[in-house]
Design a protein. Structure first.
Ligand SMILES: Nc1ncnc2c1ncn2[C@@H]1O[C@H](COP(=O)(O)OP(=O)(O)OP(=O)(O)O)[C@@H](O)[C@H]1O
Ligand SMILES: [Mg+2]
Length: 452
């Protein structure tokens, strides 16, 4: 019965006051009995009323974090604080938390109204105020007209709303949602994600929302926390993590099309410029720009240069300035835009791992391995056939996402007009906005330059 109640998203048996909760995780680690380090020394603060999204690939530890906040899993070490109070030993039912899961279940034999009212009935609320609350919540969720139906008579989106209604009806202090939209089609997802973030903000309920969908994270979150293999990579507003990703992994994970990541050799020409050699071509950072000094430290070494599609503009072949030239390998038409995949004779950097097998070993060993594995190179020179990913690569590459934009052999993804006047095989010159470049060292850590 307790498990059934959990899947209903109700973790307490008395009616809660409306409270606002903060969440703090201090060095929280979870090692499962089989040695799996699911969560590795995470520090995270969620503010009053904040909508925090936990983002990361499958297996990175998102649900484990959520379950520790809910009290369904005990941390191996570290502290979980709710509203500033240590709750490591507090049972789930005393935490004033509501949870919605991906595989939520409704009582099939009960009407929609009774499903939503269920937590209130458990709490002994009288029928009149109960009905009033149910009507209020149902109308907020746009399901006021289906209260008399059974769950089997609802669409997937309506069912999801019922589950949400049942979770929020008790005004939890904290709302935990674990991929609640992942069973729905993309149109409905987009609709419901706007509703969910709108509703939780309206209620002022602190929310932690888990997803592996970066677009969902960027559109819904006040702040996003990006995890990889149990390790927190970056935390910030969508603008911060997108515009200034802390690691190569975050850079590769956020955005569509994915950020172009190229290997560059750095050569400092004193008092003139810092040259970034990308295969046979080069880009030049002006020497008199103080911001380029951080890059100059890597003289004679290789770094990773990241360019999002929005930093790249097609120009005429003889255009001066910061221009890269290449040949279109192929085009993809997406209706509102086209994407050109351009050979520029540079080396693409492939970020390792997108939900690979769980790591084993100590946190320290894993940390060392993590650093060693961040950067994996692929050579794909012009004229050579695209490198075929090995089965291992396919499993571990961050670019192995089956999503529409994945083309690892192409070295530069460029946005073009919906039906451009160019075709595969044509040469293309691309102007590069130098102040929109991202730089990462070989370990995948951001090289911070002054811009942005
Ligand atoms: N009870 C358990 N015993 C051992 N290992 C576990 C247990 N539960 C989870 N794990 C492992 O811990 C890691 C993190 O799991 P978790 O469920 O938190 O990932 P997740 O980020 O939620 O993934 P998904 O997006 O697929 O739901 C995984 O490697 C998983 O196999
Ligand atoms: Mg999960």
């Amino acid at each position: 019965m307790i498990l059934v109640t959990f899947s209903f998203g109700v973790l307490a048996d008395e009616l809660w006051e409306v409270t606002v909760t903060t969440v703090a995780l201090k060095d929280v680690t979870k090692v499962f009995p089989d040695g799996t380090v699911a969560v590795d020394a995470i520090n995270l603060d969620v503010n009053d009323g904040e909508f925090m999204v936990l983002l990361g690939p499958s297996g990175c530890g998102k649900s484990t974090v959520l379950r520790m906040v809910a009290g369904l899993e005990e941390p191996s070490s570290g502290a979980v604080l709710l509203g500033g109070e240590l709750v490591n030993d507090l049972p789930p039912r005393d935490r004033k938390i509501a949870m919605v899961f991906q595989d939520f279940a409704l009582y099939p034999h009960m009407s929609v109204g009774d499903n939503i009212a269920f937590p209130l009935r458990l709490a002994g609320v009288d029928p009149a105020p109960r009905d009033e609350q149910v009507a209020g919540v149902a109308s907020a969720l746009g399901i006021g007209d289906v209260l008399a139906r059974k769950p089997s008579q609802l669409s997937g989106g309506q069912r999801q709303r019922v589950a949400m209604g049942r979770a929020i009806i008790r005004r939890p202090g904290l709302f935990l949602m674990d991929e609640p939209l992942s069973n729905l089609d993309s149109g409905l997802r987009a609709e419901l994600r706007a509703e969910i973030s709108g509703l939780t903000r309206e209620l002022g309920v602190t929310t932690i929302y888990v997803t592996h969908d970066q677009a969902e994270a960027l559109t819904m979150a006040d702040r996003v926390a990006i995890m990889r293999r149990g390790v927190l990579q970056d935390v910030g507003t969508p603008t911060q993590v997108y515009g200034r990703p802390a690691t190569l992994y975050v850079a590769a994970f956020l955005g569509s099309p994915r950020m172009n990541l190229l290997e560059a050799s750095v050569y400092v020409h004193l008092d003139r410029y810092v040259a970034l050699h990308l295969g046979d071509q080069a880009l030049y950072l002006p020497w008199n720009d103080i911001r380029t000094r951080a890059v100059a430290h890597y003289h004679g070494e290789r770094i990773v240069v990241g360019m999002r599609a929005e930093a790249l503009t097609p120009v005429s072949p003889d255009a001066p300035g910061d221009v890269l030239r290449g040949r279109i390998r192929y085009l993809e038409h997406h209706g509102h835009e086209s994407l050109a995949f351009l050979d520029i004779g540079a080396t693409a950097v492939v970020v390792d791992e997108m939900g690979g097998p769980a790591d084993s070993g100590s946190a320290e060993q894993r940390g060392r391995r993590r650093l060693g594995q961040v950067v994996q190179r692929l050579t794909g020179r012009v004229g050579e056939p695209p490198a075929e990913p090995t089965p291992h690569d396919r499993r571990t590459s961050v670019l192995s996402d089956p999503g529409r934009h994945h083309r690892r052999a192409a070295e530069l993804t460029v946005r073009l007009a919906p039906y451009p006047a160019v075709a595969a095989g044509h040469p293309l010159a691309i102007s590069v906005r130098m102040d929109a470049l991202h730089f990462f060292d070989e370990r995948g850590d951001r090289i911070d330059v002054g811009w942005r």
